[in-house]
Design a protein around this ligand. Structure first.
Ligand SMILES: [Zn+2]
Length: 213
C-alpha cells in the first residue's frame, strides 16, 4: 500500500492551561461572542491569540494544551523551521496581559465539505460509544444548532481524498466532534510536516497513518 500524503498525530499528554479559565481560553481566541456558550464550539475562524497561564507554560518543542485540542503549539526554534519548510500560517502564543512567549500556534484551515461518508462515520461512532451511550451518536446543540458527533479519533474512518481541499499543510475537518464542553475538529498534517513535528518531540507525539477513500 502506498503511504497516504496526509497523516494525523496523537499526543501522550497536554501541558499548559488556557487563560482565562472562565472561558476555557475561548475568549481571547474567538472573542466573547465568537463561541457558543452552551457547547463551547467556535462560531467562526480564530481571530485572536491563544493565551496560556504562566504557571506550567509548555516548554516542549511541540504541544497541545489542555482543553483546546485543536491548538498545536511549537517552540520558537521549531517555528523558525516550520516557516522555512512548510505552508502553515502561525500566530503568536501569549501569556496573560499580552506577555510575549516566543511560542507559536499552527493554524489549521477548516475544510468546506465533509471528510467522512456518513454511514461509516456513524458506524464507527456507534461502535466506540454504544457501551455507555446506547444508540446516541451525536447531538445538535440547542443554542448554536451545530451537530456534533460523539468523539472518535482520526484514522478510525477513511477520509474522502477530495475533501482535503483547503490550502496549506494543516487542515481541520468540516465535521465537529464532542460532548459536553469538549469540542474539536479532526486535524490532518501533510506527511512531511506531520513527520517533522513528531520527530521534534518523539516522546510525546506519534504519527497515525490514515486511509484515504
Ligand atoms: Zn452550541
Amino acid at each position: 500500500m502506498v503511504a497516504a500524503p496526509w497523516v494525523a498525530l496523537t499526543f501522550r499528554f497536554t501541558p499548559g492551561w488556557p487563560w482565562p479559565e472562565s472561558s476555557w481560553g475561548l475568549d481571547p481566541l474567538y472573542g466573547p461572542d465568537g463561541w457558543c456558550h452552551s457547547c463551547g464550539t467556535p462560531l467562526h475562524e480564530q481571530t485572536g491569540s491563544l493565551v496560556l497561564q504562566s504557571r506550567k507554560f509548555p516548554t516542549g518543542p511541540v504541544w497541545v494544551p489542555n482543553w483546546r485540542f485543536n491548538c498545536v503549539g511549537v517552540s520558537a526554534e521549531v517555528a523558525a523551521e516550520v516557516v522555512r519548510r512548510f505552508d502553515v500560517p502561525m500566530r503568536e502564543v501569549l501569556k496573560p496581559r499580552g506577555v510575549a512567549t516566543g511560542a507559536m500556534q499552527l493554524l489549521p484551515a477548516v475544510c468546506a465539505t465533509p471528510w467522512y461518508e456518513e454511514g461509516p462515520l456513524e458506524a464507527a461512532v456507534h461502535d466506540r460509544h454504544q457501551r455507555y451511550d446506547g444508540e446516541r451518536i451525536g447531538a445538535t446543540c440547542p443554542e448554536c444548532q451545530r451537530w456534533r458527533w460523539l468523539p472518535i479519533s482520526e484514522g478510525e474512518v477513511p477520509i474522502k481524498r477530495d475533501s482535503l481541499n483547503a490550502s496549506g499543510d494543516l487542515l481541520a475537518s468540516h465535521e465537529i466532534f464532542g460532548d459536553g464542553w469538549r469540542t474539536f475538529r479532526h486535524l490532518v498534517f501533510r506527511r512531511p510536516l506531520g513527520e517533522f513535528l513528531a520527530d521534534a518531540a518523539p516522546r510525546v507525539w506519534s504519527v497515525v497513518e490514515l486511509e484515504l477513500a
